[in-house]
Write a protein of this length. Structure first.
Length: 319
């Protein structure tokens, strides 16, 4: 069985798009589509079906694709451990972080690096998502800690932490209690920030995936840090991860969809061929364990993904 075919299928499963999987994996779409077709012929089952909303697994695919994830995870672990045994890497772990990553989570990362079987220093770089992804691809960084908003097929991923999302809406009467449904929140004019830290991508995907219009304020905030200030002034509504609310707001309420809390997830992303190999896997595992003590994690049926290791991240379901 061709391993690349398995990776192609995994990429399509996570990006929900043949074209997006091919683009981010660095191959042509015909090459990726042919690879998936050959895999389906070998297995004797069809894995995917296309729809106007993108690509989704068939009933058989829903059973087989998680097994492909586990098989590739095991294969990558073997390769990483062999590389560590034959060519031990030295030096610090270079980690890129999104501006949305809080100090508590960064502190967990330092603790994780010090707690490795072979303790390492941690060198941080904070930057916009595009710059971080480029640095990872160019080998300038070993691992990223970023919001789960963009697919990066061919890389390994693990969800590290999830937290609730809140809505600050100055149009809501002060003292209004309880969560706000996403459908009700859609009536507000939301202040957005440049599409760099991941918050705007998360917001637009959330409304689009639920077939809701996203009404926006005509202006734009420089960063997420001013969103709650502008909302407090009545400029417009703000959608933020709970930890990023720095002011007390009488009209700040949890966001839910069908009564289920909407959550933002943060993930670690690293390459399969990195010389640190198994050390990165150990680091990411320690980080996920320690981050679990920081606050609420994903509840069954919530917006966040599970914490299993995979090779690609979720993306927009567009073809």
């Amino acid at each position: 069985m061709n391993i690349e075919g398995l990776r192609y299928a995994q990429a399509v499963s996570r990006t929900k798009s043949f074209s997006a999987a091919a683009r981010d994996y660095g191959v042509t779409q015909p090459a990726l589509s042919n690879g998936v077709a050959r895999l389906e012929d070998e297995l004797g089952v069809k894995l995917f079906e296309r729809s106007p909303r993108g690509v989704k697994p068939t009933a058989h695919g829903a059973r087989v694709l998680p097994m492909i994830d586990r098989a590739l995870e095991a294969l990558d672990s073997v390769t990483a451990e062999a590389r560590r045994l034959t060519s031990p890497a030295t030096g610090a772990i270079r980690m890129g972080v999104s501006p949305l990553i809080g100090a508590d989570l960064v502190g967990c990362a330092f603790s994780a690096a010090r707690g490795l079987t072979r303790p390492r220093d941690l060198v941080l770089r904070e930057a916009d998502l595009d710059l971080l992804r480029t640095a990872l691809k160019d080998g300038e960084l070993d691992v990223l800690l970023v919001p789960e908003v963009e697919p990066m097929p061919a890389y390994r991923h693990r969800t590290i932490f999830t937290e609730p999302v809140v809505v600050i809406d100055p149009a809501v009467a002060p003292g209004t209690d309880g969560p706000v449904e996403l459908t009700d929140a859609a009536g507000a004019d939301f202040i957005l920030v440049p599409n760099s830290c991941g918050l705007t991508t998360f917001t637009t995907q959330l409304f689009r995936d639920n077939d809701l219009p996203l009404r926006t304020y005509a202006g734009e905030a420089a960063s997420y840090r001013v969103l709650d200030e502008w909302a407090r002034l009545g400029v417009g509504a703000a959608l933020l991860p709970q930890s990023k609310v720095t002011q007390e707001h009488a009209n700040c309420r949890p966001l839910v969809r069908g009564g289920v809390p909407v959550e933002m997830s943060y993930e670690a992303v690293w390459g399969r061929d990195n010389a640190l190999g198994a050390d990165l896997e150990e680091f990411v595992g320690f980080l996920a364990d320690s981050a679990g003590c920081l606050g609420p994690s994903s509840a069954p049926g919530g917006e966040a993904l599970s914490g299993q290791v995979t090779d690609v991240s979720p993306g927009a379901p567009s073809e």
